[in-house]
Design a binder for this molecule. Structure first.
Ligand SMILES: C[S@@+](CC[C@H](N)C(=O)[O-])C[C@H]1O[C@@H](n2cnc3c(N)ncnc32)[C@H](O)[C@@H]1O
Length: 248
């Protein structure tokens, strides 16, 4: 099964002539100024617990050089620095607006020598083969234009034995969480996005993109077909979020 067929069609600006990638970069540039606040506000802070859990999968590996793909404003990279203490973390993203906010935070925290944020596309990562001990992606893969291409380039830059950890939204299946989640995501999230980030498009795109994204067994199959080994999936908070872990 191709993970891409469905997700490629889900775009923030229906009818736009721009590619999905260009639309995504524009959308995140537009909401960058409110992204951090909305992120934690909409998830009621639970995303912080999910992030900690995901990074826990890398504790035993003790990675020295890490890549945070779709790093956005750098939250996951900052948390990884604090919890895993690698020598260096590079964060890449296609949205200059998100990166600019991230760089400001990193400077303020005095982490400029440990974390570098740079412009970069997950599908054509500008690093040699087998560079990184670990790669992380939080809430990023769902937005890729070509999922398999992104996953396969991440595998390329991972050292043999290195680990990929993906944190991504998924759809809960149990009553009444599924129904409450659908209501919240479908009606409340776009409204909050419109009021706070002045972008209804971004927060209407969010539930659509989650719905279309392959989850659980389907995502495990895609990772395995991309060449990853020991692929695992752990669902969190009634299945609202999933952690995929895979080894090169
Ligand atoms: C929801 S944000 C997640 C940001 C951050 N990882 C976090 O945990 O808060 C998704 C990010 O993915 C980035 N993105 C989407 N497609 C990308 C690609 N092909 N390569 C790199 N970054 C990408 C977007 O620009 C955006 O900043």
């Amino acid at each position: 099964m191709s993970g891409n067929a469905n997700i490629q069609k889900i775009v923030p600006f229906e009818g736009s002539k721009l590619s999905k990638k260009e639309q995504i970069a524009t959308m995140f540039d537009d909401i960058a100024h409110r992204y951090d606040f909305l992120n934690h506000f909409m998830s009621l802070g639970i995303d912080i617990i999910w992030r900690k859990k995901a990074l826990g999968y890398l504790t035993s590996l003790q990675p020295k050089l890490m890549l945070d793909v779709a790093t956005g404003t750098g939250d996951f990279a900052i948390m990884a620095e604090r919890r895993l203490r690698p020598d260096k973390i590079v964060g890449i993203d296609i949205s200059e607006g998100m990166l600019a906010h991230g760089r400001e935070k990193i400077e303020k925290l005095g982490l400029g020598n440990k974390i570098t944020l740079q412009s970069g596309d997950s599908e054509t990562i500008s690093f040699p083969d087998k560079t990184f001990d670990a790669i992380t992606v939080a809430f990023g893969v769902r937005n890729f234009e070509h999922l398999e291409k992104g996953l396969s380039d991440m595998r390329r830059v991972l050292k043999p034995g290195g680990k990929l950890v993906i944190l991504e939204f998924s759809n809960p299946t149990v009553f009444p969480i599924k129904q409450l989640y659908n209501l919240y995501f479908r009606y409340i999230t776009p409204l909050l996005g419109k009021w706070i980030a002045k972008s209804q498009a971004a927060y209407s795109y969010l539930p659509e993109s989650v719905k279309a994204f392959p989850q659980g067994e389907a995502m495990r199959t895609i990772l395995t077909n991309t060449g990853f080994q020991a692929v695992t999936c752990k669902t969190l908070t009634f299945g609202i979020c999933s952690i995929y872990c895979a080894t090169r």
